[in-house]
Design a protein around this ligand. Structure first.
Ligand code: 13P
Length: 247
């Protein structure tokens, strides 16, 4: 199974010129490496001429769950598919926190992405308060079960474990703790989808203050099948080192 290394640029950078420079450097840096690499820029930069030829897959940071119509400001899965997008992040904690994303909207978006032929990276993770209150597993289980409600074939689904307290803080999750969470997520996936299609190579990624100094340990010690990288993915050489660490 290939590791899946995903760059989430969030709302950066501020110009096409910078975006192209980072893309070009990432594309050349990861060429020939074994992992599957996906870059998720702001949607205005999702066009093939900036991405170049297929070494790096195009990913969106979000989609809307309706096909078309009076939904000002939204972008449909069909539009993204037409641009050549093959992956989308769904349910990032920043979308849950600032844009009212719920397990219910996450569920609708996953269904729409799959129906459209776009693979998904679902983000789940507990806040510091939930962790301190001993509710981590409860939160993860709820986000998985409600997010995947009614979905039986998990072939094109990946889950990213992103503890909210580890995002953008420099306070990356301890490897042992990440390992425990990844195993727990895999056990929930195994149990909730009895009778349905869970691929043997179902991938669980880790995200939250990933840097090249810690990235390899999530793959090699915590058992993550990939990484979801925020800040460090905007520095091409650092991101390339992260991809190399997963070889
Ligand atoms: P950082 O890598 O900046 O902590 O962000 C993680 C993240 O939210 C990726 O989706």
């Amino acid at each position: 199974m290939k590791n899946l290394i995903v760059a989430n640029w969030k709302m950066n950078p501020n110009s096409q010129k910078e975006a192209k420079e980072i893309f070009d450097a990432i594309r050349e840096g990861v060429r020939g490496l074994k992992s599957e690499v996906v870059v998720c820029p702001p949607s205005v930069y999702l066009y093939a001429s900036i991405f170049g030829e297929g070494v790096v897959a195009m990913g969106a940071q979000n989609i809307y769950f309706e096909d078309k119509g009076a939904f000002t400001g939204e972008i449909s899965a069909l539009m993204l598919k037409d641009l050549g997008v093959t992956y989308t992040i769904i349910g990032h904690s920043e979308r849950r926190k600032y844009f009212g994303e719920t397990d219910e909207t996450v569920n609708k978006k996953i269904k729409k992405a799959l129906e459209t032929g776009i693979k998904v990276i679902i983000c789940i993770g507990e806040t510091a308060e939930e962790r301190d209150a001993g509710k981590k597993n409860e939160v993860l289980e709820r986000q998985i079960k409600q997010g995947l409600a009614g979905i039986t074939d998990l072939t094109n689904i990946n889950i990213a474990y992103e503890p909210v307290w580890a995002i953008g803080t420099g306070n990356n999750c301890d490897v042992a703790e990440a390992k425990e969470a990844i195993n727990f997520i895999k056990s929930v996936i195994g149990s909730t989808t009895v009778g349905s299609v869970v691929p043997e190579n179902f991938r669980v990624l880790y995200g939250g203050s990933v840097k090249s100094e810690n990235s390899g340990s999530y793959i090699k010690e915590a058992g993550a099948n990939g990484l979801l990288v925020g800040g460090a993915s905007l520095k091409a050489d650092e991101f390339v080192k992260i991809v190399q660490s997963a070889e």
